[in-house]
Design a binder for this molecule. Structure first.
Ligand code: ACO
Length: 326
């Protein structure tokens, strides 16, 4: 009998400090950087984002989201036998944020824990890896988290990027099952586009060499994102043998409402079937998909038995999708 993995619980967490466009614009004006609520909403659909307080790390946000996902699953942390954290803003260069999270969850069973780095596609990558490990019999109960403090890597003198991102975390608990579950996954990368979206600096000799802040060619990212998201959605649907009309919900990476609208249009999905949280969350990179998923589950939108298409795209360039029966 085929072994599947099923999502048995979701959870998420946003740091309490909500920063509206107007608040951000006022803060930026003090630094001579001009932006407005109107511009941000029209070009991105973002109304506000949440920023973590100083000293709060990705593992802190991940802990809150993980505890909520475990509670929703009705499972204790000791029952986990694998932890994967997707993040581009880890607590430290090493060890992994997943290992730090394991300790914060009070887990002493020695389960493996590691990070996945695929920027905004990180959660999709992590969930696909977790699913493969469950299918292979290497794990039975997995915590998969996307957690980010992108506010730490933003250049607040660059209005083309600093208005787009926020902090947060989302998590799912995956369990082995005889019934599906994750139906298909599709992952890709193309390293020739490294420079389109990156934090180019690195730690060396006790300091940071190069630029430690996020740099992006927004228009090039936009065009690439729309094209690869359509392709990966079709690939996952084909692998699962499911038609686009059978998709109940699309949960896309929450980067920009215009990218989501364009993807939905290309897949002939009405926007009523698209989970949109970018207005209140901004782009939380690897956290955006599990945050949106959890919000839709808790709002009673996504229901058991429905087909949900998750898709992400981000730096690398990386992209991918998963088709999930809830
Ligand atoms: N406030 C006011 N004006 C601004 C701002 C701002 N925050 N940012 C840029 N502008 C100005 C520009 O300077 C430019 O002015 P100019 O015409 O005088 O030169 C004008 O607005 C238009 O700029 P564009 O870059 O052409 O604006 P565009 O419509 O392309 O929107 C944006 C920019 C929102 C970044 C868009 O390209 C985009 O969403 N790209 C996708 C990138 C993305 O979502 N990345 C997230 C990470 S990657 C991922 O997750 C997939």
């Amino acid at each position: 009998m085929r072994r599947y993995s099923r999502i048995v619980g979701t959870g998420s967490y946003l740091p309490p400090r909500r920063v509206s466009n107007d608040e951000l614009a006022a803060e930026l004006a003090g630094k001579g950087v001009e932006t407005s609520d109107e511009w941000i909403i029209e070009r991105t659909g973002i109304h506000a984002r949440h920023f973590a307080d100083e000293g709060v790390c990705s593992s802190d946000l991940a802990l809150q989201a993980a505890q909520r996902a475990l509670e929703a699953a009705g499972l204790g942390a000791q029952e986990l036998d694998l932890i994967i954290v997707a993040t581009s803003t880890p607590d430290m260069v090493f060890p992994s944020t997943a290992a730090i999270l394991q300790h914060k969850l009070g887990i002493s069973n020695g389960c493996p824990a590691f990070d996945v780095q695929a920027v905004c596609s990180g959660f999709v990558y992590a969930l696909a890896v977790a699913d493969a490990m469950v299918q292979a019999g290497s794990a039975r109960c997995v915590l998969v988290v996307g957690s980010e403090v992108f506010s730490r890597i933003l250049d607040f003198s660059d209005r083309t990027t600093c208005v787009l991102f926020g902090d947060g975390a989302g998590a799912v608990v995956l369990q082995a099952s005889d019934t599906p579950g994750i139906l298909a996954s599709d992952l890709h990368a193309d390293g020739q586009h490294v420079g389109l979206l990156c934090v180019p600096g690195h730690v060396s000799g006790g300091g940071i060499l190069g630029d430690p802040l996020l740099r992006m060619d927004g228009q090039a990212v936009f065009k690439l994102a729309v094209s690869v998201l359509e392709k990966t959605a079709h690939a996952a649907l084909e692998k699962a043998g499911i038609a686009a009309t059978e998709v109940d919900w699309l949960v896309p990476h929450q980067a920009n409402i215009r990218i989501m609208q364009s993807t939905a249009r290309r897949l002939h999905l009405p926007m009523e079937k698209v989970v949109v949280t970018v207005a209140e969350h901004g782009n939380t990179s690897a956290a955006s998909i599990p945050l949106a998923l959890d919000h839709a589950v808790r709002a009673g939108q996504i229901k058991p038995g429905q087909n949900v298409l998750l898709e992400g795209v981000g730096g690398g360039f990386t992209w991918g999708s998963l088709l999930v029966k809830m």
